[in-house]
Design a protein around this ligand. Structure first.
Ligand SMILES: O=C[C@H](O)[C@H](O)[C@H](O)COP(=O)(O)O
Length: 231
């Protein structure tokens, strides 16, 4: 069972509250995934109940369910090619570049599609997610097609990481897109763009959890407020 840390929870909520305050009437939104993004979705639901008119594209089935529960109208790329704003969480945020590691919850592919279609991405997280250099404390999730994942894992290891297939109990964890995930532990990721390029060259890699040049604002939550970091 996941332990709830009240201080971190308050920090996440502060970040989510600040981000939701930036949402304006008639915006088409990208709705992120994970515990921090879920707080933002609940807060947005309350604003919608008060009359705010927005529509959202969810980045996971779980987010779609939550958004429906709190009354946020959903849309899709058939109706909207361009989004005004995406609000999403992150597993690590690099200080300065705002390059992110995402995907510990398994939603990285849809999250990246949505973020890339957005004019602006605000990343929200508790302050512990900010790092000087990516990689050390958090594995990098890499989404793979299930066929031949064993081979892809070997190629990932050849790039200098420890790679493990993510499991849900005894079975491989399966994403909303029907793929599997390799969690790749690097000692550090000094050059995210180069690593991204090398990962994408591996046959079977669908997408990586590196989000480069996508977030323009990070809202870091603390127990008693927020810090804003702009790129
Ligand atoms: O796949 C999951 C997403 O990338 C989440 O946004 C990320 O894992 C952060 O989640 P949380 O806010 O629960 O730490």
């Amino acid at each position: 069972m996941k332990r709830i840390d009240p201080k971190l929870d308050a920090a996440k909520r502060n970040a989510a509250t600040r981000a939701v305050a930036a949402i304006e009437d008639n915006m088409v939104l990208g709705l992120g995934s994970g515990s921090t993004a879920s707080m933002a979705i609940e807060l947005l639901g309350a604003r919608v109940a008060q009359g705010l008119r927005v529509t959202g594209i969810p980045t996971s089935e779980r987010t779609a369910t939550l958004a429906r529960q709190v009354g946020i109208p959903l849309t899709d790329f058939t109706h909207h090619r361009k989004l005004d704003l995406t609000i999403d969480g992150a597993d690590q945020i690099e200080d300065g570049s705002l390059t992110l590691i995402k995907g510990l919850g398994g939603a990285l592919l849809r999250e990246k599609i949505v973020a890339e279609a957005s004019a602006r991405m605000i990343v929200i997280a508790d302050h512990t997610k900010l790092v000087k250099q990516l990689g050390a404390a958090t594995p990098l999730p890499v989404e793979l097609v299930p066929f031949g994942w064993e081979l892809a894992l070997e190629k990932l290891r050849a790039l200098g990481c420890e790679a493990a297939l993510r499991r849900a109990g005894a079975e491989p964890f399966v994403t909303d897109g029907g793929h599997v995930i390799a969690d790749c532990s690097f000692d550090a990721i000094p050059d995210a763009a180069r690593l991204q390029e090398r990962l994408r060259r591996i046959t079977g890699v669908v997408e990586t959890g590196l989000f480069i040049g996508l977030a323009s604002l990070a809202i870091l939550g603390h127990e008693d407020g927020v810090t804003l970091l702009e790129r």
